[in-house]
Design a protein around this ligand. Structure first.
Ligand code: ADP
Ligand code: MG
Length: 249
């Protein structure tokens, strides 16, 4: 199936609609994420940001429209769905680690099960990634023994261990104590500099300004405007965006 919008489009949403009962949560969403691009999605609570992320990872179905990830159209099922999930890394607000597995196992098991690596190779890769996110010394601990910031960095390492093509972050720092926010944002900044394709839902406007190639502003299930961070923060075009920014900045 042809990928719209040129060869470097990695994630494409075309005219996507989604309802929860009578609630219309995604309205004619058209969005293209290019390889290597960092897109920050912002907007008021309830505007559909999480649903958008979950739809890309197929944690939610859509009512109509089309979502294409690296040339593969959703919906996917079975083996294809597992492959899609591995290609689309996701980090949630709540850390979602396996509570009864060690940090090392958390970052190793998916590689063995989904990517079919042997344990030794998977563990070597896991240790490299834990080093990269700054928690190498915590490898043998259990998630509950770690701070929230450390757990979230493990969650990032676990997603990266699958060699995803794109990483989705849904408010990854919202549940963290303030002093732990920066350690997670710094890992994400580095990932962005390393060229990872990223979609980041966040209220951290400093991160949006410094890391985003593009800001997408959502309200009431629609993409109201999208622009570079300079344009968006310097000169928001819509009344909705101006109102939103005046409340959070
Ligand atoms: P955001 O992430 O921007 O805060 P969400 O995508 O979580 O927004 O939610 C968009 C709207 O859909 C909200 O009104 C929310 O209450 C509703 N919603 C989200 N998930 C469900 C669900 N599983 N069932 C019913 N309503 C939902
Ligand atoms: Mg949300």
């Amino acid at each position: 199936m042809p990928v719209p919008d040129g060869g470097d489009a990695l994630v494409v949403l075309e005219d996507v609609d989604k309802h929860f009962g009578a609630l219309h949560v995604l309205r004619s969403i058209d969005l293209t994420i290019h390889r290597g691009e960092v897109v920050v999605v912002i907007g008021p609570s309830g505007s559909g940001k999480s649903t958008l992320c979950r739809a890309v990872n197929r944690l939610e179905t859509i009512d109509s429209g089309r979502i294409v990830v690296d040339g593969r159209p959703l919906p996917a099922e079975g083996r294809e769905l597992a492959a899609l999930r591995a290609d689309v890394g996701m980090v949630f607000q709540s850390f979602n680690l396996f509570a009864h597995k060690t940090v090392l196992d958390n970052v190793t098991l998916g590689q063995i099960k989904v990517r079919k690596k042997d344990r030794k190779t998977a563990e070597r890769r896991a240790r490299t990634l834990l080093e990269r996110v700054g928690v190498a010394t915590q490898a043998d601990k259990y998630p509950a023994q770690l701070s929230g910031g450390q757990q979230q960095r493990v969650a990032i390492a676990r997603a990266l261990a699958m060699d995803p093509k794109v990483m989705l972050f849904d408010e990854p720092t919202s549940a963290l104590d303030p002093e732990m926010i920066n350690e997670v944002l710094e890992v994400m900044q580095q990932l962005a500099r390393d060229g990872m394709t990223m979609v980041v839902v966040t209220h951290e406007m400093g991160f949006a300004r410094s890391a985003a190639d593009r800001v997408v502003f959502m309200a009431d299930g629609r993409i109201v405007e999208q622009a570079t961070p300079e344009e968006f923060f310097g000169n928001p075009r819509s009344e909705r965006a101006r109102d939103f920014l005046s409340k959070i900045l």
